[in-house]
Write a protein that binds this ligand. Structure first.
Ligand SMILES: Nc1nc2c(ncn2[C@@H]2O[C@H](COP(=O)(O)OP(=O)(O)OP(=O)(O)O)[C@@H](O)[C@H]2O)c(=O)[nH]1
Ligand SMILES: [Mg+2]
Length: 326
């Protein structure tokens, strides 16, 4: 995978987020494969195992798409899909805190370079049964990263419809439940929901009635920008308000989640002490507690930086009050 110049002024960026194995890298590879002209060579690695596969934030840069109307809307600007790791509580190698750090750093750097958010895609695997803690974490952190005002540019996309072609009713029922329940608050803020047209031949596509081809999703997003520039909440917080990660809405949400995880891990440790099973379990539980504590420490904002920011704010408002120009 090779990419040149991660950020360029006026790039239209489209972050692709969602749970592990939702199909983020697969979708981006489809865009890369179908692009008429691109800067990014190679493909994103695709997840064949159980753990998270994508461990970095990786841009895929497209210069010309196969959709002429979309090319017109892009007006010569680069289209940059951003592949991201999912939040998956994957332990010390790739804790949710590290994922949040990577994603927010990339988005902040991109905003500093004056890129434009064309939209944000949130993928959900429709074959996934049930709603897990990880599903909720991903959704909550996604919402806090974007913020309410960016919801008009959010597209929630259900993937893997080809896998349930013989159980379409089940998929439709599941989608209805997701819309009425877990995604409701985002839809109320104007996020849209669609089904991704599976990457199969047209004669096998009967199952995906009502689905949208990938470039169609992008065209819809880019057209609905309509001259407005969407800024994600995390970009405003870090770049304009100079907040540290732990002070941002996403950072605070993650701290709450980590506190819950810590309480659960402590409960497990207590139970293991009373009723020891495998000694390895106890040491594993201790390791988990230490890892969560470490992440929590990393998310505590520095009081020194907050103080310096406060002083700078006072100084600037003082200058404004006396009409100081300098
Ligand atoms: N049948 C089918 N399989 C899919 C589809 N999209 C993705 N997959 C498969 O789902 C698995 C996970 O896909 P990825 O694209 O790696 O998922 P990801 O969201 O990037 O996963 P992480 O990087 O681990 O967060 C792979 O085995 C893909 O081949 C789809 O639309 N249909
Ligand atoms: Mg991936």
């Amino acid at each position: 995978m090779r990419a040149s110049g991660d950020h360029r002024e006026e790039d239209i960026i489209i972050p692709v987020m969602g749970e592990t194995k939702a199909g983020k890298s697969t979708l981006i590879n489809r865009f890369l494969r179908e692009a008429v002209e691109k800067e990014t060579e190679g493909e994103m690695p695709v997840n064949a195992g159980l753990k998270s596969c994508t461990k970095k934030v990786v841009p895929a840069i497209i210069l010309k798409t196969p959709d002429e109307a979309l090319n017109d809307a892009l007006r010569g600007r680069r289209l940059v899909f951003v592949d991201t790791p999912g939040f998956n509580d994957a332990g010390p190698d790739m804790s949710d805190r590290k994922v949040l750090n990577l994603v927010s750093d990339w988005l902040a750097a991109s905003y500093r370079e004056k890129t434009i958010v064309g939209g944000v895609i949130y993928l959900h695997d429709i074959t996934q049964e049930g709603w897990t803690r990880s599903s909720q974490t991903n959704l909550d952190l996604f919402f806090k990263l974007c913020g309410e005002e960016a919801m008009t540019q959010v597209s929630i996309v259900a993937t893997k419809w080809d896998k349930i072609s013989t159980r379409l009713d089940e998929g439709t029922e599941r989608l209805k439940e997701l819309k009425n329940d877990y995604w409701k608050h985002m839809i109320q803020q104007d996020a849209s929901v669609c089904i991704l047209q599976p990457d199969v031949s047209p004669d096998q596509r009967a199952a995906s009635e009502g689905s949208i081809p990938p470039w169609g999703i992008i065209h819809r997003l880019v057209s609905s920008m309509d001259g407005r520039s969407v800024v994600l909440q995390i970009q405003t917080e870090i770049v304009k308000l100079e907040k540290e990660l732990g002070e941002t809405e996403a950072g605070k949400e993650l701290r709450r989640k980590l506190e819950e995880l810590l309480a659960d891990a402590k409960k497990t440790r207590r139970e293991l002490k009373i009723q020891p099973s495998n000694p390895m379990d106890l040491s594993e539980s201790q390791r988990k507690i230490e890892a969560i504590r470490e992440d929590l420490v990393q998310l505590v904002p520095s009081t020194r930086k907050a103080f310096l920011r406060w002083v700078r704010g006072k100084w600037q408002s003082g200058k404004a009050a006396v009409g100081f120009k300098g």
